[in-house]
Each structure stands twice: as C-alpha cells, then as structure tokens.
Design a binder for this molecule. Structure first.
Ligand SMILES: C[S@@+](CC[C@H](N)C(=O)[O-])C[C@H]1O[C@@H](n2cnc3c(N)ncnc32)[C@H](O)[C@@H]1O
Length: 313
C-alpha cells in the first residue's frame, strides 16, 4: 500500500526541535509516518515512539522499523499514552518532544471504503480505528434530537435541526448506508444560498460532526493533553497541529490554563480547574499557519494551525 499523505508544516515543526542533543520523541499521530521519517532522518534521536489508532499505519511503520532500531510503533489511541509508554523502552524515561498532527490522513480520506469523504461513494463508516461507534448506526438509529445535537455540537452547523429532520424522514423510507446518499440529504436540507460555488461543500460540517463523534476525538485530545505534562522533560516541547476550531480551542485553552495565562475555566474545556500550576510556557503567541506556497502545493494544509508550548518545571 502506497502512502498518499503529505506531511503538513513539517519544516516549521523541525525548526522548533533542538539539534544539539539526543532526543526522546513521541509522534502521537503517526499516520503515514511523514513526521517520524523526517525527524529520524534529520535529527539525533535516542528513541522515537510512534502511535496511531489506525491499523493501516502498521503497514507504513514497517519500512521505518527496518531502517531504524530506535523506532517503535504502537497501534493504540493517544488517550492511553501513559499505559502505552509502560510497554516500551521509554517506560522510565521522559520525552523531549511530543507531537500531535490531528484529524485524518489522506490515506484515510482518499479510501472510499472508510466512508470519510462526502464526494466519494462508500459505506457510512468513519472509524479511524479502535472505535466502538460507526456512522451508519448514528445516522440510522439515533433519535432526531440526539442527531441534531451531535451535528450542532461537533459541526457547529446552524442548520443541524433541519438536517436531522431530513435524515430521519429519509431513513423511514430506506436505511441510509452510503456517503453520497447522506451528502445529498444534507445538501437538500440547506438553503440555496449556502450552496454557491465559493462556499464550503454543504455536507462538510455534518461529516465533520459525525466523524468527531464516532471517534470521540475531542475527549481523546483532552485526555491525552492532560497526560503529556507528566511525561515531558523540563524544557520539553508539545507541538500540536490542528485542522478545525474545536480542536484548536482545546489546545489553546490547555496551553493557557497551564501557563498561568487564564484563571477561569473555559467554555470549551469546562473540566479544567480554575487554578492550575504554571507548568508550561507558550512559545507560539499566535498559532503558525502554512505558507502560501505550501497551501498551493497541498491544499489540504490550508486550515492547519500549529501551537507550541514548553514545559517549564
Ligand atoms: C493528519 S494524520 C497524521 C499524519 C502524519 N503526521 C504524517 O506525516 O503522515 C492524523 C493521524 O492521527 C491518527 N489519530 C487520530 N486520532 C487519534 C487518536 N486518538 N489516537 C491515535 N491516533 C489518532 C489518525 O488515525 C491519523 O492517522
């Protein structure tokens, strides 16, 4: 299987990594291995631990495993980083670098069988791996209100109620089992003005919402970020690339709360206590975004935001 994913903002990522010492690195979202490979090729690496919930990543990890003995891949969810480490050579060690490149890889998006894409015909699935839910059950079995709430909460879709109503109306005639069927139902639910050529595809937000819910993406991110603090060395860096605002706000709030910048729990992250010790320093006051030339070469990079923080204690 060919890796079709182009790593996003890799030069910016590399520019933050120290080249003067031997590093323990965690690539928490290995994907097709673009980050791991570049880091192993360019820097002095003691150990690199790569994680991905998608079993297809195992295939891409093999090539690196044969070349580098200091590389380990584990097929698991990054919310489990503390338990994952216990199974590796790094069990008593801490990390200099922890990297997250969130969302889906092109290997997932471009495979119609995975059901992520609203313009490729495939089954309604959307599981990234190790998920107990799938899109088919949500679309065909969830109550209308529950469906509308999911589309609103995780897609920030203002037409969530109308879309949920249309889904329920259609599934009474026939189960909705295909991505294009769902995409067409969403399209029909939206006002014509939202369907002009220069607007995003009308099904974008609904597909995002279902995918986030199927994979429990926001709670995965929160759980994992909370665990990074204890496994980072002093002066170690957390780097997070996110592709949509719900994730980016979680990262921003997490960095703010842990750097003493804001002492009030966030609307997006209410479980954070009002007061937290200052354990991080924010390195990127504003998130970095890809250059115009990167966006031209790889349009999928266009919504990326990179935030970096450093452990200070
Ligand atoms: C944007 S891709 C990463 C691409 C990678 N940086 C590269 O250069 O090939 C995101 C990856 O994160 C994985 N992923 C998303 N959520 C995860 C989670 N909670 N635990 C582990 N892996 C996850 C996805 O399966 C996907 O392969």
């Amino acid at each position: 299987m060919e890796n079709s994913h182009t790593p996003v903002m890799i030069n910016e990522i590399i520019s933050f990594l120290p080249s003067t010492k031997s590093l323990n690195v965690m690539d928490a979202t290995f994907g097709g291995g673009g980050y791991s490979k570049t880091i192993l090729d360019k820097l002095d690496i003691n150990q690199l631990l790569a994680i991905d919930r998608d079993p297809i990543s195992k295939i891409f990890s093999r090539e690196i495993e044969t070349k580098y003995s200091n590389f380990t891949f584990i097929n698991d969810k990054f919310s489990q980083i503390d338990d994952i480490i216990k199974k590796t050579k790094l069990k008593d060690k801490k990390f200099d670098i922890i990297l997250f490149d969130l969302g889906t890889s092109s290997n997932q998006l471009d495979n119609p069988e995975r059901g992520f894409s609203f313009n490729k015909s495939g089954p309604l699935d959307m599981r990234m791996g190790l998920s107990h839910k799938n899109a088919y059950d949500i679309i065909n079995k969830y109550e209308e209100k529950n469906l509308a709430d999911i589309i609103y909460k995780y897609g920030e879709e203002r037409y969530s109620r109308i879309i949920a109503k249309e889904i329920v109306k259609n599934r009474k005639i026939k189960f909705i089992s295909n991505t294009i069927e769902l995409s067409n139902i969403v399209k029909k639910s939206l006002p014509k003005k939202n369907q002009s050529k220069n607007k995003i595809h009308p099904a974008t937000k609904t597909f995002q919402a279902i995918r986030i819910y199927v994979n429990d993406e926001l709670s995965e991110l929160k759980k994992s970020l909370n665990k990074t603090i204890n496994i980072l060395k002093k002066d170690g860096l957390i780097l997070v690339v996110s592709f949509q605002s719900l994730e980016d706000r979680i990262v921003k709030d997490f960095f703010n709360h842990n750097s003493g910048k804001r002492w009030r729990s966030s609307r997006h992250y209410p479980e954070l206590p009002d007061k937290m010790a200052t354990q991080l320093k924010i390195i990127t006051k504003k998130p970095l975004v890809p250059s115009a030339s990167e966006i031209l070469k790889n349009p999928r990079s266009r919504s990326a935001k990179l935030r970096v923080a450093q452990k200070v204690l």
